[in-house]
Design a protein around this ligand. Sequence first.
Ligand code: COA
Length: 152
Amino acid sequence: MLVKWMGITDANSAGFIHGGTVMKLCDEAAGLAAVRHSHSRVVTAAVDRMTFLDPVFVGDLLTLTARVNAVWRTSMEVGVRVDAENPRTGESRHTGSAYFTMVALDEDGQPTSVPDVRIEDEVQERRAREAQVRRANRLAERDELRAGRGQS
Ligand SMILES: CC(C)(COP(=O)(O)OP(=O)(O)OC[C@H]1O[C@@H](n2cnc3c(N)ncnc32)[C@H](O)[C@@H]1OP(=O)(O)O)[C@@H](O)C(=O)NCCC(=O)NCCS
């Protein structure tokens, strides 16, 4: 979990926090979750989806909760949930979600295998199942685009 208070330098002139600021924090939270899971260094291979549900404002306290949803051979999907709290009122809103594919690297910078993720309840089972759908879609899209360019 990553917690950050949103300051004036994170915002536009209307007081809205830049989407890119939130994305960077999501990437950091996802990276930390992936490092903790794999016990190796990781790189971001892809961002599948970043959804902004509600604006974030200057003064909000942002909490980013990252979980490894599924693991394949060297890659893993990390889901990140973003919540923004107005510290004066205590009101909290779910403001966004994102899915990152992180790849574990060995000492030589080559992709290396990642330990399995433990599935302990129905929610984790659903997250792993949905991660599998996103991966299948992503790979199918990549193959189709490559085929359209005459690449193998
Ligand atoms: C990610 C990276 C290590 C993959 O290297 P590669 O030579 O394609 O390695 P591989 O073919 O062995 O693939 C390794 C894993 O990455 C996954 N992968 C590769 N490209 C991917 C993509 N575009 N989207 C999602 N996953 C991808 C593969 O599916 C594979 O996962 P698996 O082992 O669990 O099946 C390499 O492309 C890289 O270093 N990219 C730059 C990363 C970076 O700098 N990130 C920060 C950006 S600012």
